[in-house]
Ligand binder design. Structure first.
Ligand SMILES: *[C@@H]1O[C@H](CO)[C@@H](O)[C@H](O)[C@H]1NC(C)=O
Length: 453
């Protein structure tokens, strides 16, 4: 079948711009998702914006051009077609997505549902990562400084070990190389991920090591770094609000163990802060605030409001409110000795780092909150995902971590989940029907998206 995108893709990859072509077995049709742009005050002046979502390129079928043969199968690259990175780009194409049947991704007006395990005809899909788009070929860009981002979330079907994450990263509006944002390319984050199959339009096949405990993933020789603002990382047990600084704030490619982060043995060797400055109420000693039947009751939907106080690229404070059953709930005051304040500022992060007796402080080393503000001013892409954790079983979010620390050590206890929970193989078999729903996204100047008390 003739496709303009395919022709364009192959012409470009043969010439200057890096990338790969697209397959023609499945037309790429992005699910539509509306959101609201607000002005004025109190959420009374919001207008609907027509957007769409795209799944990240890493989840897509990568196969030989004009053939059903896999270029990447399970967690390995095809040794012939992807003998090296450039062969791989010229021999292989990335395929369109059947969002619902293959990936368990559906939308309905302003709501996005991501299912955890989806058994398709040819594959079993685990989780997903999606981006909000402005149109079919570009991501929606947000500058958060001076603004407020609000959304509703239903985490009631997210048990220990899963993470329904809504966050922002400093990606390029057009993605990277061909086929660009339309196929969900260009991801980067504060962990400098090395599990990406394509980085900056080139394959990451050379030096790839298949994972020992993830049948779909591996780690390549290259990683993809940029600053990350985790507005929401949560399940029904725990939640965290976490900026991750990075120098530079924009995309940079890293090599091997020099990437640092989750995917490297040398966690702090990279250009980004893999730990972040996190506001997790439970970790701050407020154990009755968030969870099923608690102050913010995660057995039903609620609204999450995040305010980014500042102007230009000067971010001074990150504030959080919740709204549930018509009631506005303030973020709680920490109970940990030495930490005061229910919002994130640079001083607050310094106090948390000290109170928790951390022996490293990568957030500050990479520029802290000021750096995060600079990242925001570059424009960030909204990511909505659902994932399980093959590296640390998500214990850093919802259990006691590191697991050898006593739960009474400041900052060690992060949630009620057992230290034996969160094992991906268990979750994928026993909690397959888990899901997260993000809806009713509103964005505008501080005070414009909801009625602030
Ligand atoms: C950033 O904003 C804060 C709060 O308004 C102000 O105190 C500070 O001087 C500003 N910093 C810069 C570098 O402009």
């Amino acid at each position: 079948m003739f496709s303009r995108a395919l022709l364009l893709g192959s012409l470009l990859s043969a010439s200057l711009v890096a990338g790969q072509g697209v397959g023609s077995y499945q037309t790429e049709t992005h699910p539509k998702l509306t959101w609201s742009q607000c002005s004025g005050t109190g959420g009374t002046s919001c207008k609907s914006v027509s957007g769409e979502v795209v799944i990240d390129a890493n989840w897509r079928w990568l196969h030989v051009k004009g053939d059903y043969k896999n270029c990447y199968d399970g967690n390995k690259w095809d040794s012939t077609n992807c003998a090296d990175n450039s062969k791989c780009a010229s021999n292989c194409v990335v395929e369109g997505a059947d969002y619902s049947a293959t990936y368990g991704i559906t939308t309905s007006s302003n709501a996005l549902t991501l299912k955890f395990v989806t058994k398709g005809s040819y594959s079993t899909n685990i989780g997903s990562r999606t981006y909000l788009m402005k149109d079919s070929s570009s991501y929606q860009m947000f500058n958060l400084v001076g603004n407020e981002f609000t959304f509703d979330v239903d985490v009631s079907k997210l048990p220990c070990g899963l993470n329904g994450a809504l966050y922002f990263v400093v990606m390029d509006a057009k993605g990277q190389g061909t086929p660009g944002a339309k196929y969900g390319t260009g991801y980067c984050d504060g962990q400098c991920p090395r599990d990406l199959k394509f980085i900056n339009g080139k394959a990451n096949a050379e030096g790839w090591k298949p994972s020992s405990n993830d049948q779909n993933a591996g780690v390549g020789a290259k990683g993809s770094c940029c600053a990350e603002m985790d507005v929401w990382e949560a399940n029904s047990v725990s939640t965290a609000l976490t900026p991750h600084s990075c120098s530079p704030v924009t995309f940079s490619e890293c090599q091997g163990e020099n990437c640092g982060g989750t995917y490297s043995e040398t966690r702090y060797a990279g250009p980004c802060d893999p730990n972040g400055c996190d506001f997790n109420p439970y970790r701050l000693g407020v154990t009755d605030f968030y969870g099923k039947g608690k102050t913010v009751d995660t057995s039903k939907k609620f609204t999450v409001v995040t305010q980014f106080i500042g102007s230009g690229s000067n971010l001074s404070e990150i504030k959080r409110y919740y709204v549930q059953d018509g009631k506005v709930i303030e973020n709680p005051q920490p109970k940990t000795a030495g930490i005061t304040g229910n919002s994130i500022t640079q001083d607050w992060c310094d106090a948390e780092n000290k109170a928790n007796k951390e022996d490293v402080y990568p957030f500050k080393d990479h520029g802290g909150l000021a750096n995060m503000g600079q990242g925001m001013a570059k424009g960030m892409v909204l990511v909505m995902s659902l994932w399980d954790d093959h590296y640390a079983n998500m214990l850093w979010l919802d259990s006691t971590y590191p697991t050898d620390k006593d739960a009474s050590f400041p900052g060690a206890a992060r949630g009620d989940c057992a230290t034996s929970s969160g094992v991906p193989a268990d979750l994928e078999s026993k909690e397959a029907s888990s899901q997260v729903i993000y809806s009713n996204i509103k964005f505008g100047p501080v005070g414009s998206t909801f009625k602030q008390p």
